[in-house]
Write a protein that binds this ligand. Structure first.
Ligand SMILES: O=C(O)COP(=O)(O)O
Length: 210
C-alpha cells in the first residue's frame, strides 16, 4: 500500500532562509527586534521556533502580524529561488511508485501554489496552507480524517522542530530533512521516524511500521 506524503514548504522544498533573513533585517526593527547578524542567525537555527521568537524579543501577540509581513516581503525572492536540488526527480519517483503527495505549510496557500506551478514541482497540486505557525498538528489530524486514513499512514516531511512536534501531536510519522532551517542534529533530538541527509533518502520512507 502506498503512503500519503505531505511536505513542509519553506526549508524543505525550497531553501528560503536567505530570503527570510533579508526580510527580517528589514521588518524586525519595526517589531522592536535588534538587528540580526548572520552569526546570531546560525545560533538561532538550532532552536525551536518558539524559542527563536522569544530570543528575538517578539511579543507573542505580534507574531501573526510579523509572520504575515515577512511572508509578503519574502515572496518575490522566494519565487526566484530554485527548489532544493534533486527534489523534483525524487517527487517524480515517489509518484511513479504510487504515493499520494501534498504540501502542508504555514506559508500562504496562494504563494505555495504559485511556486509549485512556476517551478513545475510534480504531484504537488494538493496544498494546505496558512495553518498558522503552531497550527500544523490540527491540520495534519484533519487531513488524515478527511482522507479516511490512519494518521500512521501519513508521513510529514519537514525541517523544523515545530514540524516534528506537530507530527508527534497528530501521531503522524515524521521525516526530518538535513537541508532546511534547523540542523539535523537538533531535529534528531526529537526522535524523528526518518532522517534524510539527501533528497534521495526520501525514497526509503515508505517502510511500513507496525
Ligand atoms: O510560515 C511560513 O511562512 C513558513 O512556512 P513552512 O510551514 O512551509 O515552513
Amino acid at each position: 500500500m502506498s503512503t500519503h506524503i505531505l511536505f513542509d514548504f519553506d526549508g524543505t522544498l525550497v531553501d528560503s532562509l536567505d530570503a527570510a533573513f533579508t526580510a527580517f533585517r528589514q521588518i524586525g526593527p519595526e517589531f522592536g527586534c535588534a538587528p540580526l547578524s548572520r552569526e546570531r542567525l546560525e545560533r538561532l537555527r538550532g532552536m525551536h521556533a518558539l524559542e527563536v521568537v522569544h530570543a528575538l524579543g517578539v511579543p507573542m501577540y505580534r507574531l501573526p502580524q510579523l509572520a504575515t509581513r515577512m511572508r509578503r516581503a519574502m515572496r518575490a525572492d522566494l519565487m526566484e529561488t530554485a527548489p532544493i536540488e534533486g527534489i523534483g526527480e525524487v517527487l517524480e519517483t515517489l509518484l511513479q511508485r504510487g504515493h499520494r503527495l501534498g504540501i502542508l505549510s504555514s506559508n500562504a496557500r496562494a504563494s505555495v501554489r504559485e511556486y509549485v506551478r512556476r517551478h513545475r514541482l510534480p504531484g504537488l497540486d494538493a496544498v494546505i496552507g496558512g495553518t498558522g505557525l503552531f497550527g500544523k498538528a490540527g491540520a495534519l489530524r484533519r487531513q488524515a480524517r478527511s482522507q479516511g486514513i490512519a494518521p500512521r499512514r501519513l508521513v510529514y516531511v519537514g525541517d523544523e522542530l515545530r514540524d516534528l512536534e506537530a507530527a508527534r501531536d497528530a501521531r503522524v510519522r515524521f521525516a526530518a530533512v538535513a537541508w532546511g532551517y534547523t540542523p539535523l542534529k537538533s531535529l534528531a533530538t526529537g526522535g524523528p521516524d526518518f532522517q534524510c541527509r539527501h533528497p534521495r533518502d526520501l525514497l526509503s520512507i515508505d517502510v511500513e511500521r507496525p
